[in-house]
Ligand binder design. Sequence first.
Ligand SMILES: *Cc1c(COP(=O)(O)O)cnc(C)c1O
Length: 378
Amino acid sequence: MRINFNVPPHTGRELEYIKECIAAEKICGDGAFTKKCNEWIEKRTGVYRALLTTSCTHATEMAALLLGIKEGDEVIMPSYTFVSTADAFVLRGATAVFVDIRPDTMNIDEKLIEEAITEKTRAIVPVHYAGVSCEMDTIMDIAKKHSLYVVEDAAQGIMASYKGRALGSIGDMGCFSFHETKNYSMGEGGALLLKDERYADMAEIVREKGTDRSRFYRGQVDKYTWQEAGSSYLPSDMNAAYLYAQLEIADDINNARLKIWNTYYKELKILADTERIELPVIPEGCVHNAHMFYIKTKDLSERTALKAYLASKDILAVSHYVPLHSSPAGKKYSRFAGEDRYTTGESDRLLRLPLYYGLSEDDNMYIIESVKEFYAKK
Ligand SMILES: *Cc1c(COP(=O)(O)O)cnc(C)c1O
């Protein structure tokens, strides 16, 4: 393909920083670059504590462990999401309870959450699809009323906000991803964000194989011991070094992505105005991060045809999630609460166009022209 769907971000300083790790003879977890990344996230989002992890999946697993999610519990989330959202809780023995999405943002429909709550419900996991926030005021109100935890799957939400608050900082906990397909990357990686101090000490322990090694490193105890059941959720400092090269120019990367997104939106608006396609909706109060640009076609067969047409033009455009409730594991570990009015139908129509840091203006326009050509020929 001439134009790939994604190219992992890098800025040119990654190697220099990795060399610094090697020279400092500190390549395991929680070295200087991990600390810089944690501090960057804390400063940018305002959370009490941010901890770099080996993935967003692992950050979510940590959240499930910290909240004591157990067999028989229910956790509410959309079916239109990545498997990790459900996996993290299902691993603890919980059932994923799916609620339908809103067709405008593809996010969980906050108006349907309350009907899905039972006496077994323990948490709500909103997924901020494409870096566009869920309706968090309503979700937080419901959680408060029913004494439920909120874990934000903000895998796609770094640098985006809801009514001035950073995504990942609104619920009890938030999870970021730094996978190579995300806006900022360390290959595989993520972060757990803790809004306040409640879980901070325990999170450090769970992340360090269940030990108080973090306290030991800070000189707060003279030896470290096994404190709790935990695992190894901290990444090598070399991965953090790779990430930090991007975080230090996060605004430049964000602006470059927004420019591409805005060009898509402006140039394709004519097709939306003439009701050939639908464009993403950004509700008031939401500031997005151009994680993704998608369009919605009339139906599945039109999407298949457009995807093939773009491929013939050497452009890789891709569909997205197969709703989890329709998957083999979904049938075992979940149930759909209420009606699937939009989840399957809307996901069938959605097509993501290439968007990455470094996509040229020429390529951006070439993709737009190719989409327009397809509809001109129809
Ligand atoms: C990417 C993604 C994840 C998983 O992130 P990893 O870092 O690969 O574990 C989870 N949820 C959503 C919504 C994602 O987009």
